[in-house]
Design a protein around this ligand. Structure first.
Ligand code: HMG
Ligand code: MG
Length: 297
């Protein structure tokens, strides 16, 4: 990976849609993933194999994966919370999964109904099977800069959970500011602390943009050497267990900033802006700032 190249992990079809108030038809999800696949993205997180009672919007996970028009060179990972999710994902040929837990006990209880420790116990057999199956595993740590239930989250807790996921065998650790409360110096302090024990090349940052801080936070993390950034087309999203949390940082805005500071993404900004414009229209959601500007709206 060149020092100037930033890998964007598009999470719109999963994080972006999981909180939509009306049921997004499977065909629209597939259309979105297909259009995203034409922009130059290499990783599109496509769905999650979770309880449909917990997240009704992702109840069609099997149909989404089975319906993908896979393009060469693009990976289509999916979230799994446990072995049941892994079985479901594998039954339709998923070859990359993402496990998710949090640095905050309170958030974990609301999100996946168990303690951090218990979540790690559930992940162990999944990672073991994934290794045997040749399936890549990513690990998410949520609430790295604040929790909607417990407020402050000590950096030591973030480090401990990130290390546990890494030691368990996750190849990439995504650090999630689930409710978008972080600011650049705090983000830098947290990433530096995690980066002391996990190679920076294996860290990703995942900022929600609730307070408009995401781009500034990303820039700070790039300065520390982070080269994997999660984002969502048109800034879709929000977490059902984090009230008030808005969407992820918009992919269009991230690409514009990265191009402006001389970094490469391999993604066509205009094509992404068109995709963002289209999906925002379909869902009745606002457009991203850079997307609108690029399209001269
Ligand atoms: P639970 O109720 O504790 O689990 O849920 P359980 O084992 O007692 O099972 C309860 C029911 O769920 C059973 O069904 C199971 O079969 C079923 P019943 O017998 O009652 O009919 N079940 C499943 N169904 C389908 N797929 C499965 C599965 N597992 C059990 N894999 C559980 C625990 C984790 C399943 C539940 O709490 C859950 O699905 N939570 C998902 C929460 C979620 O998806 N949150 C959003 C993603 S995380 C996020 O957005 C943050 C992130 O973006 C980073 C950031 O921003 O910070 C990643
Ligand atoms: Mg998220």
């Amino acid at each position: 990976m060149s020092g100037n190249f930033v890998k964007l992990v598009e999470v719109g079809p999963r994080d972006g849609l999981q909180n939509e108030p009306y049921t997004v038809p499977t065909s629209l999800k597939l259309d979105l993933i297909d259009r995203l696949g034409r922009t130059g993205l290499k990783v599109i997180e496509s769905t999650s194999f979770v309880s449909d009672r917990a997240i009704p919007q992702m109840a069609d996970a099997e149909d989404v994966i089975a319906g993908l028009k896979r393009r060469a060179g693009i990976r289509y990972p999916a979230l799994v919370p446990n072995e049941r999710g892994y079985d479901r994902a594998r039954s339709v040929g998923v070859d990359e999964v993402a496990l998710f837990t949090a640095a905050s006990e309170a958030f974990n209880q609301h999100n996946i109904n168990c303690t951090i420790e218990e979540s790690l116990r559930r992940f162990a057999p999944v990672v073991h099977r994934a290794r045997n199956d040749g399936v890549r595993v990513r690990g998410y740590v949520s609430t790295v800069l604040g929790c909607p239930y417990q407020g402050q989250v000590p950096i030591a807790d973030v480090v401990r959970v990130a290390e546990a996921l890494f030691e368990a065998g996750c190849e990439e650790i995504s650090l999630g500011d689930t409710i978008g409360v972080g600011t650049p110096r705090k983000a830098a302090e947290m990433v530096r602390a995690v980066g002391a024990s996990i190679p920076i090349a294996q860290l990703a940052v995942h900022f929600h943009d609730t307070y408009g801080q995401a781009l500034a936070n990303i820039m700070t993390c790039l300065d520390l050497g982070v080269r994997v950034v999660d984002s969502s087309v048109a800034g879709l999203g929000g977490c059902p267990y984090a009230r008030g949390a808005t969407g992820n940082v918009a992919t269009e805005d991230v690409i514009y900033m990265l191009e402006g500071v001389g970094m490469e993404t391999g993604i066509d900004l205009l094509e992404m802006a068109r995709t963002g414009d289209w999906i925002a229209g379909e869902l009745g959601r606002p457009r991203s700032r850079a997307g609108q500007a690029v399209l001269k709206r």
